[in-house]
Design a protein around this ligand. Structure first.
Ligand code: 6GU
Length: 244
């Protein structure tokens, strides 16, 4: 029996020094409505609450020297253990870091199909490696640039997952997904007015020839991908070669 009431919602648990940053932007729009509707949940664990000294210290200088501070393994471990003992017991632990494996739509899909994610957000120069190793944390990056902390990266990853939860998006989703799934960037989109300040819409889109429109969009997607993302284009062509 499955009438919806017995389905456990997808869960996100953020371990952070800044719990007030969550749900942040995910409290708005479609993700926010879905959060209100109970399609997913967002909890936080305040890492600083596991500090023990009177200054509530969570970081220290790096062994071997160097700039900045490192989050202490003992403090972070207590936060992780607390999360695992609570609502995050069955969730994969993901550490957001620019030195992680790049997040892909394929990994997002896997995470969205699972029970949820526990996300460790670093500040300062990062987290002591031993606590990441001890908990088998998966290190994930959201792109080749450096953010000031893991929180915004966590919001990006959670957003990418939440939009795949059934019922969160409208019927748009299957389409928006298809495009990336094919390994191509999306073709350009147009709506009314048909003539906007002398800029018109490509005639083919007004023709009603659905097969021709499909072919035109595919050509556009290929051209844009070839130009902007030679890495994706290479993979796309290799996949086509393997089909034949
Ligand atoms: Cl996951 N964290 C931080 N701090 N910066 C990043 C990142 C993550 N991904 C790209 N830049």
């Amino acid at each position: 029996m499955s009438d919806g009431a017995d389905i456990k919602p997808w869960r996100a648990v953020a371990l952070t020094l800044f719990p007030e940053m969550f749900p942040g932007t995910l409290g708005q729009s479609l993700a926010g409505q879905a959060l209100e509707d109970g399609l997913w949940s967002m909890d936080t664990v305040d890492i600083r609450s596991f500090a023990t000294d009177k200054h509530r210290t969570v970081d220290d200088t790096p062994f071997g020297g160097g700039v900045g501070m490192v989050m202490r393994p003992d403090i972070v471990d207590r936060a992780v253990c607390d999360a695992k003992a609570g609502s995050a017991g069955d969730l994969p632990l993901i550490y957001m870091t620019p030195r992680g494996r790049p997040l892909t739509q394929a990994r997002v899909r896997e995470l969205a199909e699972g029970p949820g994610v526990a996300v460790l957000c670093g500040r300062y120069e990062g987290v002591d490696q031993r606590v990441l190793d001890a908990h088998g944390a998966e290190e994930v990056s959201v792109g080749d640039y450096v953010l000031s902390g893991g929180e915004l990266a966590a919001l990006i990853m959670i957003d990418a997952c939440v939009r795949l939860i059934p019922g969160v998006m409208g019927s748009d989703l299957s389409h928006a997904e298809e495009s990336f799934e094919e390994g191509l960037l999306e073709y350009p989109l147009y709506t009314r007015p048909q003539d906007w300040e002398g800029r018109t819409v490509p005639d083919i889109l007004l023709s009603g020839h659905h097969a021709k429109i499909r072919a035109w969009r595919h050509e556009q997607a290929e051209a844009i991908t070839r130009e902007r993302r030679p890495d994706m284009w290479e993979a796309y062509e290799a996949a086509k070669r393997d089909e034949n």
